[in-house]
Design a protein around this ligand. Structure first.
Ligand code: GDP
Ligand code: IMO
Ligand code: MG
Length: 430
């Protein structure tokens, strides 16, 4: 039995959705384990585009089980809307193919409001969040005052828990001069949708244990990327969950030994949405070109993504932090028209050369990238499915990248379409 964790090795939007969908032909079960509907995972299947936020990317395939684990924060209304949306595209969603953890924590309207209040009040210090309430919901989870899926079962229990969590929120809201959030309307609204949510809820740890015993292949689908990890990312410009591979174990209720291969999804250049350090960012024509050709607009918020060269220092670092066994290199085709391609191989800070990203955000903002230059291939790679068919200069770029990050390139993606992918190492078999 082999289980695979797919995670982003940069700042998110590396193409995880596409690769999870492609790999899920081989998997039996696909599990989301952290994040929430801040994620936006795009799948393109025979010209039809599917955008998934909370639902695992396995949902579009027949006869696969999709699971939302305890580590995910669920906005119940966003969850139900997404089910309706995907159903309207002809995808079947029901109790036989979707399970959510009874222990998952809920994102409620006051979380979204708190996210917005804080971002609006922060001025230049804003994080540039997706304003979905992700941070405030995780804070309440860690603060032990959160409402979980299972709390929707009993009105009395729900009422008491809402009381507790609103005591906290209303104290802050009062301090910030905002209105008091009323409990009763929210309780009513929640009780109305409770049966629709509860019907999907199960003890996920138990289901996963059973699937493992049946030798089912499990694909864990990460959201965001390691540089947005709350411990290992560019703090405080991060999301509020752990995005590293080991979060797949805690966020679904299985041991770390249930993950046999960690696949790091890696864009052939770099993008970032929101604020924060970005050493290889290009604020020039080339940055614009990457954005236009790569269609770099946020799936969730439609914000323009910042673009820059591939940062080998960062990816080599995130590979080590998360124990990545191999990378899937995506969006190679976006580089097709460039005369010259650059890769960051070290930084300079205060006259010194360093080979890693320092932990302090002040230093992260100061580092200057040192580049290695490559000749562009100036021919189309879009849709290529065999490594040998790639242009020589593209092969040189990939091989040098592989050497620099000290990790195998196990697949290469050459277009948004599911099957426009070069398989080098099958993570379920290696
Ligand atoms: P995720 O959040 O990691 O799943 O990535 P997103 O879906 O937010 O963003 C990746 C974008 O790139 C989506 O629009 C994909 O359809 C697209 N994409 C994925 N792989 C490729 C590729 O190899 N080439 C091109 N041109 N686009 C790709
Ligand atoms: P996928 O799964 C890219 C970014 C936000 C912001 C920071 C914190 O599609 O790769 P949050 O709303 O999580 O509190 O915002 O994290 N961010 C993402 N950036 N891809 C994502 O997800 C992201 N999810 C959050 O832009 O900078
Ligand atoms: Mg995305």
């Amino acid at each position: 039995m082999r289980n695979v964790a797919v995670i982003g090795s940069q700042w998110g939007d590396e193409g995880k959705g596409k690769i999870v969908d492609w790999l899920s032909s081989e998997a039996d079960v696909v599990v989301r384990f952290q994040g929430g509907h801040n994620a936006g995972h795009t799948l393109v299947i025979d010209g039809i585009t599917y955008k998934l936020r909370l639902l695992p990317s396995g949902i579009v395939r027949k006869n696969k089980i999709s699971i939302i684990g305890n580590g995910v924060v669920i906005d119940p209304w966003a969850f139900l809307d997404e089910i309706d949306e995907i159903k309207s595209k002809g995808v079947k969603v029901g109790l036989d193919n979707l399970i959510i953890s009874e222990s998952a924590n809920l994102i409620l309207p006051f979380h979204k409001e708190m996210d917005e209040i804080r971002e609006d009040a922060a001025g230049k210090a804003k994080i540039g969040t997706t304003r979905r309430g992700i941070g405030p919901a995780y804070e309440d989870k860690i603060g032990r005052r959160s409402i979980r899926v299972m709390d929707l079962i009993s009105e009395k229990n729900l009422s008491q828990r809402l009381e507790t969590v609103l005591l906290h929120h209303n104290a802050i809201r009062k301090g910030l001069g905002k209105n008091i959030f009323k409990k009763d309307k929210l309780k009513e609204d929640l009780l109305k949708i409770a049966p629709e949510i509860l019907k999907f809820s199960q003890p996920v740890w138990k289901k996963i244990y059973e699937f493992k015993k049946q030798s089912k292949k499990i694909l864990f689908e990460g959201a965001q990327g390691i540089l947005l990890d709350v411990d290992h990312g560019t703090y405080p410009f991060v999301t509020s969950s752990n995005t590293v591979a080991s979060a797949a174990a805690t966020g679904s209720g299985c041991g770390p030994n249930s993950i046999n291969y960690v696949l790091g999804i890696t864009k052939a250049y770099t993008t970032r949405v929101g604020e924060g350090p970005f050493p290889t960012e290009l604020k020039d024509d080339i940055g614009e070109k990457l954005g236009t050709r790569g269609k770099e607009f946020g799936t969730v918020t439609s914000r323009k993504r910042r673009c820059g060269w591939f940062d080998g220092v960062l990816v080599r670092q995130t590979i080590k932090i998360s124990g990545i066994d191999g990378i899937a290199l995506t969006k190679l085709d976006v580089l097709d028209e460039l005369d010259e391609i650059k890769m960051c191989i070290a930084y300079e800070i205060n006259g010194k050369k360093i080979d890693y990203l320092p932990a302090a955000v002040e230093d992260q903002l100061k580092v200057k990238p040192i580049y290695k230059s490559f000749k562009g291939w100036k021919s189309e790679t879009k849709g290529i499915k065999k490594f040998d068919d790639l242009p020589q200069n593209a092969k040189i770029y990939i091989k040098e990248l592989e050497k620099f990050i000290e990790t195998k390139v196990s697949s290469i993606s050459t277009s948004p379409e599911r099957n426009d992918t070069i398989l080098i190492v099958d993570p379920f078999k290696s």
